[in-house]
Design a protein around this ligand. Structure first.
Ligand code: PEP
Ligand code: MN
Length: 344
């Protein structure tokens, strides 16, 4: 249920309604939008109907949310959520491009990539330091040493930083170093990790699971939000299908669909979706055209030597060219892609 408060409701009225809901056994979430203030109330629906809450001063109406995902849903918040990371806004009119290597391999590799993607217009540097690899014999990541390098790259370039966590221990370490936490496809239904990510005060990029339905994905986001972290960014990264030419199949229909069902920002990762660098540019453009709020793109200074995901990584030159083309696509759909001085 959401309790929609009158726009003129006073702080005291909101507090009283919140207190009453909590007395009735509801878990409450205050969602302050520009157009309206609502109190999300999770609990037994019948209780609220008979409680007289609707009559309390400042309450406009009570709206039941029929969908299993509540805080995530458009019904709970009609306007788009814009996630703020330092001076970066994700989910507004500007398209946010996050770029960087699959894995942090060395100081030189990361700093060089960070400088080059920044020059091309990226707003955040990515790099895995805890790598969930299919084989236990593959490179597993630099762990804490990699986190230190990400922090250094962020400090030097002033790019926001993002890295994937795989469990509560890596989450606890990563929050000390980076600006945005990523939960990968393989952990989309690691409910303990989702809950733990809901208790941090940093934004979370939540990737879609390998075979997750949109509802399962949104329920995973609900886990994070239900613990009080409302800064969730959804990332479509392709799903398993029978097709073998590509690593996964990018589900672009998910973008406008999720936008209808939820107020959360949606970004697209064409690198993991395809596994093939030649497909990254066309699908990035497609993603922006269908309404994605941003992209997550793997870029390596020398993809042939990458320790992880080289075949899907763009060279910095190809990335820079793509960014210019993306700015044109963005403007054709009424969005902007700020290339840092060379905006079109
Ligand atoms: C990644 O972003 O490096 C990654 C492992 O992605 P995914 O979880 O989408 O496979
Ligand atoms: Mn990768």
């Amino acid at each position: 249920m959401v309790v929609v408060m009158d726009l003129r409701a006073t702080e005291k009225q909101i507090k009283d309604v919140k207190k009453r809901l909590e007395q009735l056994g509801f878990k409450t979430h205050l969602i302050k939008g520009v157009e309206r203030i609502v109190l999300g109330a999770i609990g037994d629906r019948k209780e609220i109907i008979s409680s007289g809450i609707e009559m309390m001063p400042g309450v406009e109406k009570i709206v039941p949310i029929m969908k299993p995902f509540k805080l995530v849903s458009r019904e709970a918040k009609s306007e788009n959520t814009v996630v703020q990371v330092k001076d970066l806004s994700i989910g507004g009119n500007d398209i946010t491009v996050i770029a960087g290597p699959c894995a942090v391999e060395s100081r030189e590799q990361l700093l060089e990539t960070a400088r080059l993607v920044k020059a091309a217009g990226a707003k955040a540097i990515r790099g895995g330091t805890y790598k969930p690899r299919t084989s236990p014999y593959s490179f597993q990541g630099l762990e804490e040493e990699g986190l230190e390098l990400l922090a250094e790259a962020g400090k030097e370039t002033r790019l926001a930083t993002i890295t994937e966590v795989v469990d509560e221990k890596s989450l606890a370490s990563a929050v000390e170093y980076v600006d945005i936490i990523q939960i990968g496809a393989r952990n989309m239904q690691n409910f303990h990790l989702l809950r733990a990510a809901g208790r941090i005060n940093k934004p979370v990029v939540l990737k879609r699971g390998l075979s997750a339905t949109l509802e399962e994905w949104l329920m995973a986001a609900e886990y994070i939000m239900s613990e009080g972290n409302y800064n969730v960014i959804l990332c479509e990264r392709g799903i398993r299908t029978f097709e073998t030419y590509t690593r996964n199949t990018l589900d672009l229909s998910a973008v406008p669909l999720i936008k209808r069902l939820s107020h959360l920002p949606v970004i697209v990762d064409p690198s993991h979706a395809t596994g093939e660098w030649r497909l990254v540019a066309p699908l990035s453009k497609g993603a922006v055209a269908v309404g994605a709020d941003g992209l997550l793109i793997e870029v390596h200074p020398d993809p042939c030597k990458a320790l992880c995901d080289g075949p899907q990584s763009l060279t910095p030159e190809n990335f820079s060219q793509l960014m210019k083309e993306l700015a044109l696509v963005a403007s054709s759909v009424g969005r902007t892609l700020n290339l840092g001085g060379q905006n079109l």
